[in-house]
Design a protein around this ligand. Sequence first.
Ligand code: GLP
Length: 240
Amino acid sequence: MAEVVIVPDAAAAGVLVAEEIVSLIRANPDAVLGLATGSTPLPVYEALRSRLGGVDVSRVRGFALDEYVGIDPSHPESYRSVIAREVVEPLGLDPQRIRVPNGSLDGIEHAGDDYERAIVAAGGIDLQLLGIGTDGHIGFNEPGSSFASHTRVKTLTEQTREDNARFFDSVEDVPQHCITQGLGTILRARHLVLLAFGEGKAEAVAAAVEGPLTASLPGSAIQLHPHTTVVVDEAAASRL
Ligand code: GLP
């Protein structure tokens, strides 16, 4: 059973998780972070800005969960750009040590395997940040994803494209495909930290934490992990 921590708001969650990450890096300067995109983890990155002064982050490695396929890497909403803007630059991480799955069409057929090998070569992920989609996806593992899946190309659901349309000019501009760490990849991280805020996430959170283990609700895979922390506000916890 995941440990569920209910916090007053997203900012408090950001502080809590940022402090955990700072402790991790202090204890192990070679820490490997699993980075998430979307709005949810932003308070964590924000809280880290003022907490990493004096901490040696030069050897920290990071692996993003996912990326759109076919998006120009320089597009401001490619996850490569988002991770650079929200995480690498403000936190002073070494860009050479931070990877995002390669969503370029050129080489896409081996991009997933390459990514898996890079994670293994780094020694695995110590702490994996996760958000959750309204349909229960984690990373971009949409409903129907195998619990054993590795990093691979997936088709985005219409729901997810609509949810993410706010980052683009219109829903038509949201890519149709993505490359995402699999549920199996995520489960190999040593500590999962899933964050969710707001009423809109309440059903997905309840299903992930307490519902049946099912590929229809990919977030339920977290129940298979021995060390999962779920950090939610009251609204996101309201169906638990
Ligand atoms: C996005 C991302 C996920 C994220 C989720 C929720 O599509 N690929 O990693 O957790 O959807 O997004 P948000 O945090 O913006 O609600």
